[in-house]
Every structure is written in structure tokens, then in C-alpha cells.
Design a binder for this molecule. Structure first.
Ligand code: LMR
Length: 409
């Protein structure tokens, strides 16, 4: 018997796994379970960023259903594609992102498992190229940003960004903090629809950031997870296009989770722009070898859906209509919510799925306990979780907290 030959189980806390510290559960994802367990019918889920329609559901898009039906008929093999994934998908999606940018041997893109995969791939690429590079991240940001870079072995630095008093960006403070950035450091930027604040950099501020990157040798790493949900497909990509035109080196992590509604399919892409063709070729081989060790090959189904939509004119048009309806709904809810209290007025001009309400964690907890309203502890709400008819109920529940906190010194 095998058990006769095995040593007695060791219980020493010195064993490798015994040395692991218990990790806290992800607070954002934890909201899904908390909301699900709440039996109050009037409960509102403003937690994790998934789009919801007026009925409160997150349906599979028509264009996605049609593409899936087409794939079922036409896909003849599930054989491996390789570490770069579906090259046609990356080329077509590159067209959506970069518009009519001419073909460029300095730019290379690959399919990744979601935007998170793209961020991690970029982080590993940076770490392999220069372990001393620091990653500058504005505060606040998506809670997964810093861990992704830290797990790749990179140091992160925080710079000021959001001005809670105005609901806008404290650009002077951001620039002041970035005077400490060194050549070769990475500057993480949200391409549009800032998560969690919805606060958008103006075109003039983007130009100033491009100039800063050029003069100080900083490398922008743009996280673009909401193209089309702010002001439109071209408008939401304008800052990324400008940065990629103005600078020799730039990175972008792209997610199709929200704009194609493909969340759990994990569809993303990563592009790197390099200073010249020879360096780009080295970058390309490093991207592929990193992807091979991280996930070997990205999952195909979601990317095949996006490719099918983008290569078919009718499906592409239908997807654009559906995306426009999502954007119109988000911006309509923004206007409605902003009108309910003076302290929420900035929400009308912010963009994307999120806004950060001026609430204390205690108020966030009270709203959950007393009204069944679920949001992140920092006051971030997913705007799409609201419906025209729930805005008054939500505003009524918020009012005492907004009034009280505005008088708190
Ligand atoms: C969010 O910020 O809610 C989404 O991007 C979902 C996630 O993975 O956190």
C-alpha cells in the first residue's frame, strides 16, 4: 500500500503553505454575494461594474447572440491558435481602437484573457525590461490595478488625481506629484470613463500629459475598458490615439467586457508601441514568451465572437446601435441623478459606468443595512444599476447622508 511508504503528515507551520497569510476576500466581488443574499424586493445593486438595462438585467447583446449562432455553424475546429490568440481579432479590434492609423511596424497587439490579462502581460513586459521601473497610479483607481503591477514585481507610486470637493480632477496636484517620476517609469492612465470616479481629463490635459511623458521619458500605459460608453467609440479612443501618435513608446490594455457585454468570456487585448521596428520585434517575441508562460493561449470563444461581429457589416452596425443605447442610458441616468442634490451635480459631466458619491464608509454601510442599497465602501456606484424609477428612491435614501456630510467639518 502506498500509505505504508509515505511519511507521517507533517503539521509544522514552517512548511511552505503554512507560511501563507490568509488573504481578505475581494471587497468588490463580495458585494455580488451580499446583494444576492438580501431578500428585500426594493434592494439596489450598484456594486460591480456590469451594464444593466431598464429591466435591471445584463442581457447578451443581439449582435453577440447572432455571432455565436454563426460560429456554431461555421467553426470547424477548436485546434490551438498560438500564444498571440486570434490575429484577425486583434487586427479588427485594433481598427476600432486606433481608427485609420496607418500600418506601423512599431505597433504590435495580441489577444489576452480580458483587460486584466492585458494589464498583467504589460506589467510582466515592463518588469522583464526594467525591474527598477516604478508604476505611477492616480488615486483613487480600480482596486486591482496596484496588485497586478505588484504581483509582477514592480514598485507602485500613487499620485493625486481626483478632487472630491469638485468632483473633477486636481490636475495641478497630479503634475506636482509626477515631478518625482523618473525616466523609464510607467504612468498608468484610464483612457476614458475613469473607474471609480467618472472624472475625465480634458484634451488639453491629455496633451500636457503627452508633453510630460515626452520630456521626462515616462511611458504611458493606458487602461481602456469602456470604449463607447462615454461619448462614443471615436471620442473615447481619442486620447489613446493622440498618445500613440505623439510618443515613441506607449502601452494599452483593452477590455471587451463592457462594450461587447462579454464579461465572463474574458476578452481583451494588449498593444505595445516601440521606438523602432527592431525594438518592436524584440517586444513582440517577449510578449509571446510571457503569454506562453502566463496562460499559454488565450480563451478563444469571446474573441471569436468579437471577430465575427467586426468582420460582418450588419453585425457591426447592430453592435454599434446596442452600444449607443447603453451609452445613452448611462448618460440619461447621470443627468437624472445629478439633478437630485447639489452635491451630486458633477455626475452629469462625468462619464462611464461609475461615479464616486461623497459618502463616508459608515453612510455606505447604513444605506446597505437600512435600504438594501449596495455600493463599494469608497462610495463608488455603478450608474447602470439604477433605473429611471429607482432614482427617486435612491436620492431620498441618500439625501440625509449628503446633507449631514456637507456640514461635517
Ligand atoms: C469593476 O470595477 O466593478 C469591474 O471592472 C469588475 C471588476 O473586475 O472589478
Amino acid at each position: 500500500m502506498i500509505s505504508d511508504t509515505l511519511p507521517a503528515p507533517a503539521t509544522s507551520p514552517g512548511l511552505p503553505f503554512g507560511a501563507l497569510a490568509t488573504q481578505p476576500a475581494d471587497a468588490l466581488l463580495g458585494l455580488i454575494a451580499l446583494h444576492r443574499a438580501d431578500e428585500r424586493p426594493q434592494k439596489i445593486d450598484l456594486g460591480v461594474g456590469v451594464f444593466r438595462d431598464d429591466a435591471g438585467t445584463t442581457p447578451v447583446l443581439r449582435a453577440v447572440k447572432a455571432a455565436e449562432a454563426a460560429l456554431l455553424e461555421t467553426q470547424m475546429t477548436k485546434a490551438y491558435l498560438g500564444a498571440e490568440g486570434d490575429a484577425t481579432y486583434a487586427a479588427l479590434l485594433g481598427g476600432v481602437l486606433f481608427g485609420d492609423r496607418p500600418a506601423d511596424e512599431r505597433l504590435h497587439g495580441v489577444q489576452t484573457p480580458g483587460g486584466t490579462g492585458a494589464l498583467r502581460l504589460g506589467a510582466e513586459l515592463v518588469a522583464r525590461a526594467d525591474r527598477a521601473a516604478r508604476v505611477w497610479i492616480g488615486a483613487p483607481t480600480w482596486p486591482n490595478h496596484a496588485p497586478i503591477f505588484a504581483e509582477a514585481g514592480l514598485a507602485t507610486r500613487s499620485h493625486r488625481f481626483y478632487d472630491a470637493a469638485t468632483g473633477g480632477i486636481d490636475f495641478d496636484a497630479m503634475l506636482a506629484d509626477l515631478t518625482e517620476a523618473r525616466a523609464g517609469d510607467i504612468l498608468l492612465l484610464h483612457g476614458c470613463c475613469h473607474n471609480p470616479t467618472g472624472a475625465e481629463l480634458t484634451p488639453a490635459q491629455w496633451s500636457a500629459i503627452a508633453e510630460l511623458c515626452a520630456s521626462r521619458g515616462l511611458i504611458p500605459f493606458i487602461d481602456l475598458a469602456y470604449q463607447g460608453l462615454g461619448d462614443g467609440l471615436a471620442q473615447d479612443a481619442a486620447a489613446t490615439r493622440m498618445m500613440f501618435a505623439a510618443l515613441p513608446t506607449a502601452l494599452v490594455a483593452y477590455s471587451c467586457d463592457k462594450n461587447f457585454g462579454l464579461y465572463r468570456e474574458r476578452v481583451g487585448a494588449f498593444w505595445a508601441l516601440s521606438a523602432n521596428g527592431a525594438i518592436a520585434e524584440r517586444v513582440r517575441t517577449n510578449i509571446l514568451s510571457l503569454a506562453r508562460s502566463l496562460w499559454s493561449m488565450p480563451p478563444d470563444h469571446g474573441a471569436a465572437i468579437v471577430r465575427t461581429i467586426l468582420e460582418n457589416a450588419a453585425l457591426r452596425r447592430d453592435w454599434q446601435h446596442e452600444l449607443e443605447a447603453m451609452r445613452v442610458r448611462l448618460n440619461g441616468l447621470r443627468t437624472a441623478l445629478a439633478a437630485t442634490h447639489p452635491r451630486l451635480s458633477a455626475i452629469a459631466d462625468q462619464r462611464g459606468m461609475f461615479a464616486m458619491l461623497p459618502l463616508t464608509p459608515a453612510s455606505v454601510a447604513t444605506l446597505r443595512e437600512e435600504h438594501g442599497i449596495y455600493m463599494a465602501a469608497n462610495g463608488r456606484i455603478n450608474i447602470a444599476g439604477l433605473r429611471a424609477e429607482t432614482v427617486p428612491f435612491f436620492a431620498h435614501a441618500l439625501r440625509p447622508h449628503l446633507d449631514a456630510e456637507s456640514t461635517t467639518p
